[in-house]
Design a binder for this molecule. Sequence first.
Ligand SMILES: C[S@@+](CC[C@H](N)C(=O)[O-])C[C@H]1O[C@@H](n2cnc3c(N)ncnc32)[C@H](O)[C@@H]1O
Length: 936
Amino acid sequence: MTEPKPTRPAVFIEKIFPVTLLNKQVYYEHGGNPFKGLHRWYSRKPLSFSRASVLGSLLPDTVTMEEFEYLLGLNRRVAGHPDSTTKLYKTPPSPERIKQVHDLCEQTWGTRTPTVLDAFAGGGSIPFEAVRYGLNVLASDLNPVAVVTMKAAMEYPLKFGPDLQHEIDKWVKWVGDEAEKRLAEFFPSQEGETVQNYLWAHTVVCPSCESVVPLSPNWWLYKRPEKQNLHKWCAVKPIPNLAEKRVDFELVKGSKGKGSTIQTGQDAYDPNSTVTLKEGEGKCPNCDELIDEKVIYSQAKSEGFGFQLYAIYIRDKKGDINFRLPLARDLEAFGKASEDLDSLRLDPVFSSSIPSSKVFAGDKTDELLNRGIDYWDKIFNPRQLLTVSTYHFLIQDIKEKIIKNYQSDHASAILIYLAFILDQCIDKNCRLTNYDSSRANVARATAQHAFGFMWNYPEVSGAGRLWKSCAKKVFGNFQSLCSYLGRTSNQLLPSDKTMPGNLVFSCSPASNLFSISDLSVDVVVTDPPYYKTIQYAELSDFFYVWQKGILSDIYPDFFWMELTDKNQEAVTNISRFRNMDGNPEELANRDYEAKMALAFAEYFRVLRDDGVLAVQFNHKETGAWDVLAKSLIDAGFEITASWAVSTENPQNLHQAQKNSVSSTVLLVCRKRDPNAGSAWWDDLRPELANLVEQRAPEFEANDIGGIDLYLSAFGPALNVFSRAWPVLDSSGVEMRPEVAFGEARKAIANYRFRKLLEADTAGFDPLTQWYILAWDAFRAREFPFDEARQLALAVGGFNVSDLAKTHKLIDSASGTCKLLTPQQRLKKRAFSTNPDEFTAIALVDGLHAIIALYLEEQSIDPVRRFLKTTGLLSNDLFMRAWEVALKAIPHIGDERKRMVEEKALADLWLAMDEIQAKVLYVQPELAFEEGQMGLF
Ligand SMILES: C[S@@+](CC[C@H](N)C(=O)[O-])C[C@H]1O[C@@H](n2cnc3c(N)ncnc32)[C@H](O)[C@@H]1O
C-alpha cells in the first residue's frame, strides 16, 4: 500500500456542519415520504442528513456556511430570496448548484464526478443523495431485498422517467382484472354494501370444556375519537355457546359512555371487560377457565391455530363505514377458497407460486415459530394465501411476455415494480397485519423491527381491490421519486447517458468489495449495522421468499440462496451461536466485531489515501461511540470530526418535558499517518481539553448548543486521541476512546458553566453545577440516565447514584431520569422550608426551598423571611446560582407549559427590590451538618 500523502484537502465537514438547520430538515422527513414508501427497508437514515454528509465530505473547507446551505438546496440566506420552507428531501438540487458542486469537486479531488461508496447502503439514503448530484456512485448491500429497493428508487426512475408507469399500467391492470375474475366468488357482498375487511381472531380449543375459543386482547371495531358521540363506536361482544362448544358474537354500537364503555340506550358495554386474552393467558367464555400460555403455544405448534371470523367491515351505498356480523354466505365463501387452495397446491405450476421455504430459526423469528408459523406460507389464512399466490402466479404468467416485449433493463424494471406491488399486498394482508380500530385502518405487518403476531387481524376483501390499491401506492411513490431526482422528462434516455456519473449497485458483503480496485474511491459515506439492533436478514425474508419467485432469473446473482444470507450479515445474531461452546451472546458480538473490522479494512483498501470516510450511526445505542471509534482506529483511520443531528421532534424538545437524545451521528475519518507511532495519554490530555474549549465557541456560533455541543466536541477530542496509535497510560496500558469522550465532556461542562456564570466558577458545589448543566445541556426535565451519569462524571465530586438516593434530585426508571420539581423534593424531605431547620447541602437546595415556599404560599413574604433568616440573600454565591439557573432552565413562551422552577425564580427575581427593601441584613451562621459541604 502507498503511504498517505503528507497533505490532504481539508473538507467542509471537518470544519463545521449545519446541525441546527438539519435538526429541522430531518424532522420534516417524519411521516409519509415516497423514498421510504416505495418499499419497506429498516432503519433508513434521513435524506437531508445524508445529503449534508455527502456534500460536506466532498466540498473543501474554504466553502462558507452560507455557500454550503445554498449548495444543499436552501435559499435561507440568499439575498433577495430568503426562504425557510424548503424541504430538502423533496427538493432536487438545481442544475446550477450541481455545476458548482462539480467545479468544487474538480478543484478538491481532481475530478468533476468523484466516486462515493456506501457498502452498507440498505434502502439507499446515501447513494440517493449522491445520485442527485450526478456523482459516481457505488452502492452495495448484502441483502438482495435492499439492493432491488435501491434499483427501483434510483436506477429505473433515472433511466426510464415517470412514463414507465404507463408501460406498467397495462400489466398491473391485467393482473388486477384477471385476479378479480378468478377470485370474485370468494369475496361475496350483500346488496348495498361493499365489504372492506374481514376481521379474524385466532382460535384454540379450551382444554377444560373443549370449546373453540377465539383469542383477542381487544374486541373494538371502531373507536375513532372524533366519532365518540355519534353512536358510531362499535365493538363485538363474545356470547358463550357451550352447547355447540363455540363462542358467538353480538354487535354493539353506540356513543362513548363512562370510561372505556359504549353507551347503547340504558346499557353500557366495556369491550375491555370481555377480552379472551390478557398477558399471554387465554380465558374461555364458555367455562370461565383460564387457558395457560403453554397450552396455547403447544396447540399452535402441534395443529396450528384455527381462525374465527367475528365481524365484517363494510361501506354502505353512501360510502359510510359500517360493521356487521358474518353470515353463512361469508363463511361458505371462505370454505370454498380453502378448498380451492388445497387443489391448487396439487397443481405443479400454481404450487410454484406458493413459497415453500422454512422460517429461519433466528433471533426475531421466535415470535413466528412459537405460534406455529414454521413455513412462510403459514403467515396467511387460506384465503389470504390464495389471493396473494394468485397475484404471484399471474405475474409469473406474464413474465415471459414482458421479457419478450421489452429490452432487458426495461423488462427488469417492470417486473421489479410488479414484485413491489405484490410485497405491499403481503404486508397489508397477512396474519401479522394490524387492524387499527381508532382509524378503521389496516396497518402494514412490517411496521416494526420485529415480527408482531396479531391475535386478531384484518383480511382485505376483494382480490382486485387489494392489488389495485397497492399498485396505486407504489406508483404514487414512483412518480414522486422521479420528480425528487429531477427526472420529469417524458423522453427515454439512451441507457448509457442516463446520468452524468455512473451508478453501480451490487449485492455483496462489505468485507469483500472485490470489484472495487485499491485507492479508487474518493469518499466513503456509510451507515453500518449496529450489533443486534436490527436483524435485517431475518426480517426481510418476509419479502425475499416472494421476490425470489419473480426476480431470481433476472438477478440470479442476488436471489440464488433459499433465504437471505444470515451467515455473512454483520449483526449480532445470537441464534447462530446457540449450539456452540461458549456464551452465545459473546460469540455473536465477537463475530459482529470481526465482520465490522473486515469491512473497515476493506474501506481502507479502496479509499484513496487522502480520501474521506464518514460513518453515520445512531447515538441512542449505548456504547456505540466507543466501540465504533475503536474499530475505526484499529482499521488505520484517525477521526477528525463528529456531528450529531437530532432525530427528535423539535416541538417535543420545546415542550421541555423530554430529551431522548436520539441523534444521528456522523464520525469523520481519514487515513492515519502510518508513521505516527504511539502516544501517552498524559501528554494528550491537556491538548485535548484545550482544543475542545477552543472549538466550542465556533460550534456555538453555528447554532450548536445543548447536548449537541457535547456530541460535537467528541470530534476534536477524538482527533487528538486518534492521530497516533496506540495511546498508552503511564503504565503502558492501551487506552480506549471513551477516555477522550470523558475528557471532552469535562471540558465542555467547564466551558458552559464558566460562560453561564460569566465569572470564575470557584466555590460552586458539584451538585448545583450538575443541576444547572443538566438543564443547560438537555433543556428538558427528562433525559436518558446514561447521559445524566456521564455529566456527573464530567462534573465530578459526587456519586451518580446519590443524585436519586441521597439528594433526591432525580427519579430514574428504565434507562431514563427525570429532574424532580422542588415540591417533589420537599415531599421527599430533601430539604426543609422552615428557615430554622434549613441546612444547606448544596446551593440548589436553597433555590428549591424558595421555589417550593413561593408555590405553596403564593406570596413573597415567606420567601423573604426564609432568605432573611438563612442569610441567603446576602450570599453572593447563592445569588449567582439563582441568576445562572434562570439562564439555564428553558423559558417556554406558553404560560401553561412553563417550568415551575423557571417561573417561580423569575417571579421572585422581578420582586427582588421588594424582597431586599424589607430585609434586615442580620446574617445568622448556617449550621452545617457533619459531612456537608461548606458552601456559603
Ligand atoms: C443501518 S442499515 C443502512 C440503512 C441505510 N443507510 C438506509 O438509509 O436505508 C445497514 C445495512 O447493512 C446491511 N448489512 C448487514 N451486514 C452486511 C454485510 N456484511 N455487508 C454488507 N451489508 C450488510 C444491512 O442489510 C442493512 O441494509
